[in-house]
Design a binder for this molecule. Structure first.
Ligand SMILES: [Cu+2]
Length: 462
């Protein structure tokens, strides 16, 4: 973490204020912004001032430090271009806050008065909208409607009371398509001020945003006009194998807070456990609305809060269930070659083009192991290595690691799970019985079905 001083006394006098009711005296001593350079998951930030709570862990992210000033929690966000490592081997040129995309998570307590200074170091104007919050209309951050946009180089102040507990998001409401496609977003968690009948105490509390980028292999800046055809599906602007695992102790009650700021829905699926949806950005859900699930669809602009007891040891996959969202750039538009016999043809082409190769005639799994040369600065479409070989994943995929000996409060990766003897799928090496058929069923034809294919020279005319 680095600290940077953006403001000299001279610059302060030109700082703008969003709303006249905000104390101008506050500007006499702006809290210095804290900048994050890395993409590691920061340990939870325990509160040292204000009311106590169990802090969240932001996956591959961090919580913004604050300053208590006359009973007000003060934060300083700097909207600026950032370099984000999407996964080892790929860096993206994004826009974000305080050195990273997403920006830092803001954590406060229900009833806290919060003051957020927002300095615009982007090449264009911006605002921040506080998604899901109850607040005065003039603090809602809709550029042109509830406030003038924050000009380049200026600082605005947002101030309101965090009125209800829950998980919220923040993002620009100014040139939104561009600024969100460039990575400008963050999470906001308001903890309850007292034990709440619908908000459980948990042992581990993780949060992340679903986001997506369209970055051409070899490039580093997202194509901001892409509407649906993204090629990098990310959690907190990280793609597998760059997403940290969620490491918990056996028996822990675990909460996941998942917000979606992409252009499509994501069915988030957990292996080995059932969870309940305990709340959304609308607030905690009544007990009667909760039921066991293993997949929850998080629609665009929604937050879903999942809770479960991690009572099965092991390495459990946690991923988006759209199979194209668990792969990285390249491959989405490759023609299907399954069953096409290229024998002979490849050898002929290789006489002309020695490096020529065919993808996918036996399925795509070979791609996970293939050391194919890639353009600089992109990620293989299927990648990752587990203890038993290629994981053949990408995008929105990570692992929940449940361990008996993970110490309370320890979020470090315990490594791969060791399966007790007799608890793992194994190869059958005995004899295989002949296939049996139900009576009356016709025998399966040998080989693929005959196709009546017109040859290109068969007289086809337009
Ligand atoms: Cu998805």
């Amino acid at each position: 973490m680095q600290r940077r001083h953006f403001f000299t006394g001279a610059a302060l006098s030109t700082a703008a204020v969003a709303v006249a009711s905000v104390s101008r005296g506050a500007l006499a001593a702006l809290p210095e912004p804290v900048i994050m350079r890395g993409a590691a998951t920061a340990p939870p930030l325990a509160p040292t001032t204000g009311r106590p709570y169990r802090p969240v862990v932001t996956l591959n992210g961090w919580t913004a430090p604050w300053r208590m000033k006359d009973g007000v929690k003060e934060f300083h966000l700097v909207a600026e271009p950032v370099v984000r490592e999407i996964a080892p081997g790929m860096r993206a040129t994004l826009w974000g806050y305080n050195g990273q995309s997403p920006g830092p998570t803001i954590e406060v307590v229900e009833g806290d008065r919060v003051r957020v200074f927002v300095t615009n170091k982007l090449p264009e104007h911006t605002t921040i909208h506080w998604h899901g919050q109850r607040l005065p209309n003039g603090m809602d951050g809709v550029g042109g409607m509830t406030q003038p946009q924050i000009p380049v180089g200026k600082t605005f102040v947002y101030e309101f009371v965090a009125r209800r507990p829950g998980t919220f998001m923040y993002h620009p409401h100014a040139d939104e398509m561009t600024q969100m496609a460039m990575g400008m977003m963050g999470l906001w968690v308001t903890h309850p001020k007292a034990p709440h009948p619908l908000i459980a105490e948990v042992d581990r509390d993780f949060c992340f945003l679903l986001n997506a980028y369209d970055i051409e292999p070899g490039a580093s800046t997202p194509k901001v006009n892409t509407m649906l055809d993204f090629n990098l599906w990310t959690w907190n602007s990280r793609a597998f194998p760059g997403i940290d695992s969620l490491n918990v102790r056996l028996g822990d009650r675990v909460r996941l807070r998942v917000g979606n700021l992409t252009m499509t829905n994501h069915p988030i699926h957990l292996h080995g456990h059932e969870f309940e949806i305990t709340g959304s950005d609308g607030g905690p859900w009544p007990m009667a609305a909760r039921c066991p699930e293993v997949t929850v669809d998080v629609a665009v602009g929604q937050m879903r809060q999942l809770e479960f007891v991690a009572d099965e040891v092991g390495d459990w996959a946690l991923h988006c269930h759209k199979s194209h969202h668990t792969m990285n750039a390249m491959g989405h538009t490759v023609p299907t070659m399954i069953g096409v016999d290229h024998q002979g043809l490849v050898r002929k082409i290789q006489k002309l083009i020695p490096d020529y190769m065919v993808m996918g005639e036996r399925g795509m799994a070979d791609m996970g192991e293939m050391e194919m040369p890639l353009p600089d600065n992109t990620l293989p479409m299927m990648t990752g290595t587990g203890p038993f070989g290629a994981q053949e994943m990408g995008g929105m995929f990570t692992t929940l690691k449940v361990r008996r000996d993970q110490a309370p409060g320890d979020y470090r990766d315990p490594g791969w799970f060791t399966h007790p003897a007799g608890t793992q799928a194994f190869e059958w090496t005995g004899a295989l019985p002949a296939e049996s058929r139900q009576s009356g069923q016709a025998p399966a034809p040998a080989g693929p079905p005959a196709l009546n294919v017109k040859k290109p020279d068969s007289g086809h005319k337009h």
